[in-house]
Design a protein around this ligand. Sequence first.
Ligand SMILES: [Zn+2]
Length: 318
Amino acid sequence: MILLLLALAATPFVTLAAQAATDSSPPYVARRVADGVYVILGDTGRGSEGRANAGFIVTSEGVVVVDALASPRQGEALLGAIRRVTDQPPRWLILTHHHPDHTFGAVVLRRAGARVIAHPDARTLASEGGPSALLADWVRVVGLDAMRGLEFADTPDRPVSKCDTLRLGGRTIVITHPGAAHTAGDLMVWLPAERVLFAGDLLIEDGVTMVVDGSARALRSALDSIDRLAPKVVIPGHGAIPRSPRVLVARTRDYITGLESEMRKAVEGGIPMQRALAALPPPDEHRPVSLNSRRRRNAARVYVEEEHRYMGLEDASP
Ligand SMILES: [Zn+2]
């Protein structure tokens, strides 16, 4: 089991061909979702493969950007989209978590004057081999050209490990850590006046959130927090903005609770992990976040969670 997780950790997040295609795409278009609140929609219909979503909030004292996309080139395109909407300079960049497809454009925003708000815990499976291994993997994913000028820029100037409220130019932006659901460093960005929520990868358009860097239990609790906020608009980490936030949250909850009960039954029945996973389609080779790969990798993670719970090692699931 440990071997399986380590092997998966070494694989990049999206395919080379897929990402290269998005890098040569036309300029990004900012879509307004509320007064002064914009989304740069990434790829849709592809789950968590391809370009992630980002967003920004325009205030009279500067711009607050949410997520920085996957490379300096994507960061430049994001900055271009912001500049087409406003002359205000970027003041803050909030990172919803530390996966490279959301952070490797951060250096561009930082050079443009933004300071970084992020959770201080940047650990993920993908970064276990150290920064150079992560970078080498990622260069293979997005191509050397898109990565020119990269510096690691996700270290927070303003770390948030619980909750923080940013007040800027009459806007209120609440940043909270919902628990280690998708990753240890998850943050949600909530605009209470506009009732807009940037959920990061806690939500993916198809309802299959990855928990290999987090846990199913923490995801369930994060989903409950989202429901309590009752957002009017929710921006998932990847894919289309759902017509009903509640429906996407429910779909995600159904998926994860279903997986938990399946794996619990297997553990309690003494069925080994490989056999418990055999009913699922195999993961796609070279596509570690395709739907099949996410399902399979999550199942392995949740099996281990259930095994720990069964053995009374509750600390394994925050
Ligand atoms: Zn992610």
